[in-house]
Design a protein around this ligand. Structure first.
Ligand code: C2E
Ligand code: MG
Ligand code: MG
Length: 722
């Protein structure tokens, strides 16, 4: 690196003459004059050996560097600055005359060091003497200005800088310190560590971090910075992603403020911190995900669907396009879930979600609303026919067998469809109408598509009005019970009757229980009404037992909603069993008719309620048997006393009918399991005879009697049982 030492001047000039010539060439006065000037100046050769020093410099440093010269100038420089000195020499030589400035500590005569600004420059200027040029080629002129006081001040400033930087770093933040106009940015070790860098690995240049900022975040970061620069914000604050050394991204919260400005108010220096907020961002992302997506299927949830629908509606309004909302409900999902377990149920839902997705286009949305309910948003359908076609495709895809583990399972789907703008303009309306259409699809036997129509709307309105009217029915004594006898097929006698609820509506007249019971169930009114039915039937049973027939039994229908309510109250309300005691009535006076669906709920609470009822002496009768999902063997688990074969089987009974075989099988198995059988809806003598031949125990139906008032039944009992 260093130029080789010259043994002897090539020009042959004595050293003193060469030095004078050199000084003159650089525009300085000759040695004799220069040495008396009050400045610290030295002329150094290629080895940094002093060739000449001013008296002021000699006074400062002590001794005579020319006479008893230290072997080189380096001896006068602080050991820690030697490297900087070597660097400065290289720079000065390379600069061709322009001075290179650096700060250096020079040893004073007392051995202490003081900071000096050093200006090193190489000899330049036109010379006709090439030998002279060769001799002085690597000579340098050094001029020193004492800057020790300024340095001290700076050092104390830096000390306090370091102090607050340390304070900031102590809570894990990294610190940056940006000299805005010189374009230098200093980084604390911690800030580099956040991104996996060692000190010195990143140049102190703000462009370095800008280049590592996520492109999507850069514009906002600059906007926030500019806002602060121009004084719009008191503090700069921005969240952005930074590329780490290992290629991963980290989220940081960058905060800072300008701490000094020039006279024009332009920022000079800005300091701030980076806080690693990656974990918080991840947690936020997870929360966002959970808030918008269904964890099981990964589909958007109800909330995201609404957001998307709101957007789609705007677009559709703008483009004058149509869109469709499909409400999808899996038929019999509950049965699968209850019989095969929740894991299988989950697997079925995931597969169903996949099939629905596969049936729609990329721009459409499939969302899970909870349970077995899905909603599809079909964006821009050409017409109703196209929407219906897609819905039919979904029904077809869901009808295919599901392979769950080793089981093959079939579920079908019911779909309700509403169209924008035809069936509604707003989210609420479209949802309500799709729901009404779904209701119709289910009522029509499931596994089908329902379309919203004005008639549907009318029917829904009627249901709503009826439901409202039902609230007053009890109070206004519009409800009453009728009793339908249940005939013993062996003896032809009647010792049982089913209590059936009737509603005499003030303007509509008789409303069928098939219409109002579902309304009472969905509104929860069935709880109150059911209590009233129990009260009435129990009082009636007590009276008939006392006056007409001591073994008489009345059966009452109890809705699953009532059982669920029992379970929810945890039996805290006055139970039916306790009520019997107050009435001084035996449990055997009442039979509770339940539905198969209730057993499939197989809930611990329901089981408990059934056990409590039986313990109190009530009999349990399973209504409408054969229409649901359960098998006889399954019923055994629940201690059922009676089963009622649904009228659908009875209606088709003929000597050669398949239903006769079925009825016989049910009767045989029920007897084997210790249960008695009642046939419902017996309308003809032939049906009665076939049932009698099949060893059926009881029959109920229009053949014997229609449901009737209490007085009428009382008369009938007297005449039949006499
Ligand atoms: P269900 O419990 O199966 O009652 C038997 C239904 O079959 C009654 O209809 C009865 O009138 C009818 N029926 C009886 N014999 C014949 C026949 O030979 N042919 C035909 N076609 N029908 C016959 P209803 O009274 O309209 O009741 C309908 C349903 O409403 C009942 O079906 C029951 O599920 C429900 N329900 C009635 N009263 C109550 C009640 O107090 N509470 C609850 N939760 N549900 C009730
Ligand atoms: Mg019944
Ligand atoms: Mg029935």
């Amino acid at each position: 690196m260093k130029a080789p030492a010259k043994q002897k001047p090539a020009s042959g000039k004595p050293a003193a003459a060469l030095i004078d010539a050199a000084l003159t060439q650089m525009g300085w006065p000759p040695r004799a004059m220069l040495s008396r000037m009050p400045m610290l100046i030295a002329l150094l050769d290629g080895q940094l050996k002093p060739l000449f020093c001013t008296e002021a410099l000699l006074r400062y440093a002590g001794g005579s560097p020319v006479a008893d010269a230290p072997s080189s100038w380096q001896a006068w420089v602080h050991p820690d600055d030697l490297q900087a000195l070597a660097h400065a020499r290289e720079m000065a030589l390379a600069r061709n005359g322009r001075a290179f400035e650096h700060d250096v500590r020079l040893r004073a005569s007392d051995g202490s060091f003081r900071w000096h600004l050093s200006q090193l420059s190489r000899l330049v200027g036109a010379s006709s003497d090439s030998d002279f040029e060769a001799d002085t080629e690597d000579w340098l002129l050094a001029v020193y200005v004492d800057i020790d006081v300024r340095k001290q001040a700076e050092a104390s400033l830096k000390d306090s800088d370091d102090l607050w930087k340390l304070a900031l770093e102590s809570n894990g933040d990294g610190v940056w310190d940006w000299y805005v106009q010189t374009g230098v940015e200093l980084y604390s070790p911690r800030i580099l560590q956040i991104y996996g860098y060692a000190p010195g690995e990143i140049d102190p240049d703000p462009a370095e971090f800008d280049a590592r900022t996520h492109p999507d975040d850069l514009a906002q970061m600059r906007a926030d910075r500019d806002a602060h620069f121009s004084g719009l914000t008191a503090i700069y604050s921005n969240e952005h992603r930074v590329l780490c050394k290992d290629g991963s991204w980290k989220w940081v919260h960058s905060r800072g403020m300008v701490i000094s400005r020039d006279e024009q108010g332009r920022p000079l220096r800005m300091v701030g911190t980076h806080t690693d907020i990656t974990l918080r961002k991840q947690a936020e992302a997870l929360i966002w995900e959970q808030a918008h997506f269904d964890a099981l299927t990964g589909l958007p949830n109800r909330r995201s669907l609404r957001d998307r629908l709101a957007l789609s509606l705007q677009t559709a309004a703008h483009d004058h396009s149509q869109l469709a909302v499909l409400f999808i409900d899996l038929d019999h999902f509950k049965e699968v879930n209850d019989t095969l377990g929740h894991d299988m149920g989950d697997a079925l839902l995931i597969e169903a979600a996949r099939r629905i997705l596969a049936s729609v286009g990329r721009s459409d949305t499939v969302a899970r609303m909870g349970g077995d309910e899905f909603t599809v948003l079909l964006n821009s359908v050409a017409d109703a026919a196209q929407a219906e076609q897609i819905a039919q495709q979904i029904i077809a895809n869901l009808a295919a067998a599901f392979h769950l583990g080793s089981e093959r399972v079939f579920v079908s789907a019911s779909i309700g469809l509403s169209l924008y703008p035809h069936d509604g303009q707003r989210i609420e309306t479209l949802f309500k109408h799709a729901d009404q259409a779904l209701y119709v699809a289910k009522a029509a036997g499931r596994n089908r598509l329902g379309r919203f129509t004005p008639e549907l709307q009318e029917a829904a309105l009627t249901r709503m009005r009826l439901s409202n009217d039902l609230r007053e029915a009890l109070e206004q004594e519009q409800l009453f019970l009728e009793y339908q006898p249940i005939v013993d097929l062996d003896t032809g006698q009647i010792h049982k009757a089913e209590a059936l609820l009737r509603w005499n509506h003030p303007t509509l007249g008789r409303v069928s229980p098939a219409v109002f019971i579902p309304l009472a169930e969905s509104s929860g009114l069935i709880i109150e009404i059911g209590e009233w039915v129990f009260q009435q039937a129990a009082a009636q049973a007590k009276q008939w037992r006392e006056t007409v027939d001591p073994s008489f039994q009345i059966s009452i229908n109890k809705s699953p909603v009532q059982f669920r309510d029992d379970a929810a109250r945890n039996g805290s309300h006055r139970s039916w069993a306790q009520r019997l005691l107050t009435l001084n009535l035996d449990g055997s006076a009442l039979t509770i008719e339940i539905t198969e669906g209730l057993l499939l709920e197989a809930d611990q609470g329901v089981k408990q309620s059934l056990q409590t009822l039986r313990a109190a002496g009530f009999q349990i009768s399973l209504d409408d048997f054969g229409t649901g999902f359960s098998s006889l063997a399954y019923l055994h688990k629940f201690d059922i006393d009676l089963i009622k074969i649904d009228q659908r089987f009875v209606r088709e009974l003929r000597p050669d009918a398949k239903d006769l075989v079925l009825c016989k099988a049910i009767i045989t198995m029920a007897h084997a399991l210790g249960m008695k059988v009642i046939a419902e809806g017996v309308e003809t003598a032939e049906q009665r005879d076939l049932l009698q031949d099949s060893a059926c125990d009881f029959a109920q139906g229009y053949l014997f009697a229609r449901p009737m008032g209490a007085t009428a039944l009382e008369q009938l009992l007297v005449s039949v049982n006499a």
